[in-house]
Design a binder for this molecule. Structure first.
Ligand code: LLP
Length: 430
């Protein structure tokens, strides 16, 4: 099995987080997102422990909540001592509604409107990660109007290729995110920020990409960011105390994917970081990282009911399910790989494509998979590793309601997000 929270019982029934997927589908219906709460907590603890062991006090991992944003996640993050990265007022509002402390929120985004900025400053959001000079000046004006001194980090682009897919590669010089170190724009933004009376410039941020397996990607990034911080000290006399390295560690979607030893990687990054601080004679900054996918991906599974099986002689077979690109657009967008399991059958297998119910051919969950040859209408089929960027990227295409998120917990399962009803879909129409 792809992950140790997936197993089969003696009747070959698939279990997730120790529970029968078939029983869960009977109770909650399909399509259904399942989340394994213990796995989320375990992944968060892996990061908080690695941070405590490797970096200065005050360093911490922030959960990148774009990967999965609903109230229960913020409650868990608070419990586990994580900060969070939010990228919109919607994510901030969700965090606050879950009693997540505003001061532990880092507000991201490359196009914050004046209304966004005011919303966040008024609510006491701890730190803005400022993307550009337009935002910086708007934030100064709004903070001044509200009589607030706002903590900020500046998003920089270190010019690093993380060797992942183009849509999630963000650290190159020509990126739409941040200010490039190479062109001198990062230093300009930094000096502009230091000159603002209502901004407290704490440090710099970068995020070079997502689903990254390169062993040395953070090391290469540190090699750009720390010398930049040393240069800032030289040119301005200011020693910045915080370095935020963003998210990015890759997860296994298929058996053939490598697994990343995250605690081991963090220890190696820390060693490199301390050695370079010493070499530059630069006081070690506090370290922040923003893992998203590696916290929630393997804590998720999506369960579907088969609606039809179609064999096109001489061509291919389709297994068509009651969900699709509405609840998981990642294959349609990125050709993202997934592992698919039948919930209760084995035996002779057939090659097929797992297709969704939306009215377009691009609505594919995964091509060229194997499922039992006798798969038929009414069977349950599960897609593994759907905890990151599935619910959070779901849409209502074809006016399909989004599936519920059921949190599986040893203290009792609960519905973290309800199934979206037709009435709710109609709620905004006049
Ligand atoms: N920090 C920043 C500033 C980010 O932009 C991201 C992800 C993260 C942290 C978290 O990265 P992670 O640890 O999850 O790799 N929708 C795409 C992923 C987009 C990632 C965007 N930024 C997907 O489904 O693959």
């Amino acid at each position: 099995m792809l992950s140790d929270n997936i197993s089969r019982d003696e009747n070959y029934l698939l279990h997730f987080a120790g529970q029968s997927v078939t029983a869960l589908a009977e109770e909650y219906g399909t399509p259904l997102y399942l989340m394994d709460e213990q796995r989320i907590r375990g992944n968060m603890r892996m990061y908080t422990k690695a941070f405590a062991e490797n970096f200065l006090p005050g360093s911490r991992p922030l959960f990148a909540s774009k990967a999965a944003s609903f109230k229960a996640i913020y409650r868990i993050a608070k419990d586990e001592g994580m900060g969070v990265d939010c990228v919109s007022c919607g994510e901030i509002a969700t965090a606050l509604a879950a009693d997540f402390p505003a001061g532990d929120i880092y507000f991201h985004g490359n196009c914050k409107t004046d209304a966004d900025i005011r919303y966040a400053v008024e609510r006491g959001v701890g730190c803005f990660v400022v993307d550009n000079a337009d935002e910086l000046l708007a934030l100064e004006r709004i903070a001044a109007g509200l009589g607030v001194k706002q903590r900020v980090l500046l998003r920089l682009s270190p010019g690093i290729d993380p060797h992942t897919y183009a849509e999630v590669s963000t650290g190159m010089v020509d990126s739409k995110f941040g200010a490039a170190v190479e062109t001198g724009q990062a230093m300009e933004l930094l000096k502009l920020s230091l000159a603002q009376p209502h901004l407290l410039t704490e440090g710099v941020h970068c995020h070079v990409g997502s689903q990254v397996f390169d062993e040395d990607v953070y090391e290469r990034t540190i090699d750009i960011m720390l010398p930049f911080m040393a240069q800032v000290r030289k040119e301005t006399g200011v020693t910045l105390p915080v370095l935020n390295m963003g998210g990015g560690y890759g997860v296994r979607y298929r058996e053939s994917d490598k697994s990343v030893d995250i605690p081991g990687r963090i220890a190696a990054v820390a060693e490199h970081f301390r050695a370079l601080c010493a070499e530059l004679d630069f006081p070690e900054p506090k370290m922040l990282m923003e893992p998203g996918r590696s916290i929630v991906a393997d804590a998720g599974m999506t369960v579907y009911t088969v609606g039809a099986v179609k064999h096109i002689p001489g061509y291919k077979s389709y297994v068509i399910v009651d969900g699709g690109m509405g609840d998981n657009p990642r294959y349609a967008l990125y050709k993202a790989p997934y592992t698919v399991y039948h919930a209760g059958k084995g035996g002779v297998m057939m090659l097929c494509d797992l297709a969704g119910r939306c009215c377009e051919s691009g609505d594919m969950l995964q091509p060229k998979i194997t499922l039992p040859a006798d798969t038929c209408r009414g069977d349950l089929v599960c897609v593994a590793t759907t905890g990151a960027y599935n619910y959070s990227m779901a849409s209502n295409y074809n006016r399909l309601g989004r599936p519920p998120v059921v949190m599986l917990s040893d203290k009792g399962n609960y519905v973290a997000v309800k199934r979206e009803s037709i009435d709710e879909l109609l709620g905004l129409d006049n």
